[in-house]
Write a protein that binds this ligand. Structure first.
Ligand code: SAM
Length: 213
């Protein structure tokens, strides 16, 4: 991947004052770039076993992969942990179509692709939420929705491109957060946040509802 793989020049239009208040990245993920999400080289800097360990999901848990894209990580989790129910959530139908076209989408019984518009029935029901490379795309409304999916005592794992880490790949630094910036944003929305050791290019934040503290 080249430094520009994630953002073509034509996608750089800033829409300040538009409908995505609070999002660090001005535009939604472009489904035309979805193939990047299926690059197996990603597992070298985002190892699924490590992510599963950090997620620490109890047996039988409901796990929502928020902003699943093509389901790259949802599939890895569902394959490794047949006891978990993995809901692969995205707000772009085009992304979920790419997930549904994968053979695993049919063979893994514990994997359920779901459109954000239909997520209301899962309010307050997630034991764990995974959000990989998603926080910088979420506006305040989406982040509020993410939070509303958490069960009391539930935990969110935010893993996102770290602006403070020198990296040859990923979105431009002004489209992403440092761990401290991400943490401040989450805390301002009444989440209690714990910073875990960073990965090669990503910060890792574990969050839960502050009112459960
Ligand atoms: C950079 S991709 C990452 C996909 C996946 N997590 C991965 O790492 O392979 C971000 C995804 O988040 C989705 N997304 C952005 N805002 C969302 C929202 N409010 N609700 C659900 N999905 C969202 C985008 O459509 C896109 O598929």
């Amino acid at each position: 991947m080249t430094p520009h793989d994630h953002h073509s020049s034509e996608s750089h239009g800033h829409h300040h004052g538009g409908g995505r208040h609070g999002a660090r990245q001005p535009e939604a993920f472009n489904p035309a770039r979805a193939a990047l999400l299926d690059d197996p080289a990603r597992f070298e800097h985002l190892p699924p076993d490590k992510i599963l360990e950090l997620l620490d999901a109890p047996a039988g848990a409901l796990v929502i992969d928020f902003g699943t894209g093509t389901g790259t990580f949802a599939i890895e989790l569902a394959r490794r942990r047949p006891d978990l129910r993995i809901v692969a959530l995205d707000n772009q139908p085009a992304m979920l179509e790419l997930l549904r076209a994968k053979p695993e989408a049919k063979s893994l019984r514990n994997l359920e692709p779901l459109l954000t518009a239909e997520v209301g029935r899962l309010a307050a029901s997630a034991d764990r939420i995974l959000a990989i490379n998603v926080l910088h795309e979420l506006d305040d409304e989406a982040l509020g929705q993410l939070k509303s999916l958490l069960k009391p005592g539930g935990v969110v794992l935010f893993i996102d491109w770290d602006s403070a880490i020198e990296r040859p790949i990923g979105p431009p630094k002004d489209h992403t957060y440092t761990a401290a910036e991400a943490r401040a944003r989450l805390e301002s929305l009444a989440l209690r946040v714990e910073e875990l050791p960073a990965m090669k290019y990503h910060f890792v934040l574990r969050a839960r509802r502050a009112e459960r503290a």
